[in-house]
Design a protein around this ligand. Sequence first.
Ligand code: GLN
Length: 484
Amino acid sequence: MLIADHSIKQLNKLLKAKEVSVTELTQLSLQEIESSADLNAFITVNKDQALARARELDKKLLEGENINPLFGLPVGIKDTIMTEGIRTTAASQILSDYIGVYDATTVAKLKAAGVVIVGKNNCDEFAMGGSGEYSAFGPTFNPWDKERVPGGSSSGSAVAVAAGSIVFSLGSDTGGSIRQPAAFCGVVGLKPTYGLVSRYGLIAMASSFDVIGPFARTVEDAALVLSAIAGHDRHDATSLSGSLFALDKINPEKKFTIGIPVQYFSKGLASEIENAIRKMIDKLANAGHKVVEVSLPSLDYALAVYYVIVPAEVSSNLAKFDGLRYGRRFAGKVDDIIDYYIKARGEGLGEEAKRRILLGTFILSAGYIDKYYIQAQKARTKIKQDFDKIFQEVDLLIGPTTPTLPFAIGEKSNDPVQMYLSDVYTVAVNIAGLPALSVPIALSQNNLPIGMQIIGPALSEDKMLSLGRAIEALRGEWSFPINK
Ligand code: GLN
């Protein structure tokens, strides 16, 4: 049996019929993790705890407990998300031996639904990066081609799902960190509306952008996970109240007015990706959707706005990791407290984290804050308004998730600007707090996955997932590297 061959609903059926036990599924997952260890998708494998938990759940199963769809499923959690009693490093040296002291709300919800956490997924340090190469625990590799990056920052969460070692995973998305690795690894990645899913227990990168969401092999699976983790949380002041997402509203037959933003077909877009996207657009039009070209002029500023506001928030959020209040102690000789901070942070934080802290500190400093930060906030409002206006005319937008195919390991890791440019199609969604979904639609000539991005107005997850399912149906069968 292969985990990758089964949807959540199919696994649920097998568990209910006692054709497979939670322990067997967990063992299967642990074996797959071991046999794909070269991908480096996990920072911590939670073997003993996972097996103990599986045995407990099997008892419940025998007692005839009413099992919900996620019961008994082996899952992975990005290592920026807190897990009680399991090491939580954010892929940073400064937290390399930190054991989580409480569960993030999303983790607590998944546990209540009966999942088995088999491990913590590798990622770019503090979720900063777009390739999975900036981890203190080494790069993650793309299972479709191990010489290439899997995307980032939620690299391991995407890889482990693509490689079939877990059923689904959680990642976080600040500027594309769920959608971009999903596109590069040929899996589904869902970035929820800001505030729909609690951020409590997510180690903050840029608090006004961050959101937790699922990776799964199908849109239906991603929807099931979303329904388990969405909802108000009094521990997160920006969490929205009310029941704002209902699975039963998803309808793959529904027809939409779909906007194609011209800015998503800019010069840097790889022609293979453009062709695949245009082909899918034609199929959608033939299937009865209304497709119209639209323009969002302020999108041209999205990347600049993102790389001003995000480092500003990062520099503030990361200030607490000083080796005293939070983070690994520095044991060497120091002259004074300032010297201590310099050494503890100097040793504990990686290059990219330092780059963003420096940039953010500069942007927020007297004399520059008006010129950069305040200006970027104004542009942020403008981008939001552009989206609001367009969503009066169309239900959803579609375009590519990434401008290029997965690039080679090492190709951009020493060139921050090139790396930042790969976020060009994803950041605007976070700037405006909107939901978006990446769905694999085709393979390139050399067998690399291509992702299509669907963007909706706030809280339109049901529509977005409906269209996502329609796209999957038009695409047809999809197999994962493990099946090859
Ligand atoms: N690649 C983007 C960045 O480096 C996105 C990161 C994210 O979404 N966490 O900022």
